[in-house]
Design a protein around this ligand. Sequence first.
Ligand code: GLN
Length: 294
Amino acid sequence: MKKATKTAALMLVLAMMTTALTACGNSADTSGSTAVDTTVSTAQTQESTAADAGQAEAGTQEAAPEAGGTLTFGTNAEFPPFEFVTSNGVIDQYDGIDMAIAKQIAEKNGMTAAIENMEFDSLLVALQNGQIDAAIAGMTVTEERKEEADFSIPYYTATQVMIVREDSDITSAADLADKKICVIQGYTGEICVKDMGYPYEAFKKGTDAIMELVNGKCDVVVLDSATSQKYVNDNEGLKIVEDPSAFESEEYAIAVKKGNTELLDKINTAIDAMLTDGTVAELGAQYTEELSAE
Ligand code: GLN
């Protein structure tokens, strides 16, 4: 009896740990890009095979746009330095690391990239109903999202951080317990704070959450690292507090409709080349500098 109880308790702990990890977008396989690529590709091959089998039964096949055609990416262009609206972007009025990557993926496949700008929460639905071919939006791969879409190999590693006012006494995630927390709706920051069990207020736009913080109406915004840095650079009196033990690393990848292996293969080949030849790293440096120089 006792032993059974102990085993059950241990299993519960393990299950809770797994939930926490997946919910925060973390996976144990995030160290080193080669290891990541291999793990993810293997997992995706298995998933794709399963998806293909399902589709063969249903008699449907996802088509990827052909060379000469348009590759339509969905994004939420309020996530600098990955995507933002500007007067003269790399794709129409859209600019940022993701936009430059999207453009190159299309070009490497003889296609033209187009952008559909929408709410972050709508991206996976837009994939499912065919409004967009792929979603590129600094989107963290999570177990839940993997049920709704297939993901490319990761191209960027990020983490959640806490943006606070300079005089804040917050030094770790444990200090959030009695604080007024702001997050952005549907982002992994919201998932993490929810998992920690803290009450929070969710905003539709990062800039709105930051204004609450600047105006003293909330104490902390939990948000992705690079985007947080941009907001701290742009707004006087803010700083970043990190807590890697509470917020583990997450990986950004491009999502396609489940079973669209033809497009996923094209995207993966292009990303792999851009990771190998240093293009992604260069774009990262370029857009972070560009934005902090503003
Ligand atoms: N990486 C975060 C997520 O996937 C935020 C992405 C975004 O806002 N574009 O939820």
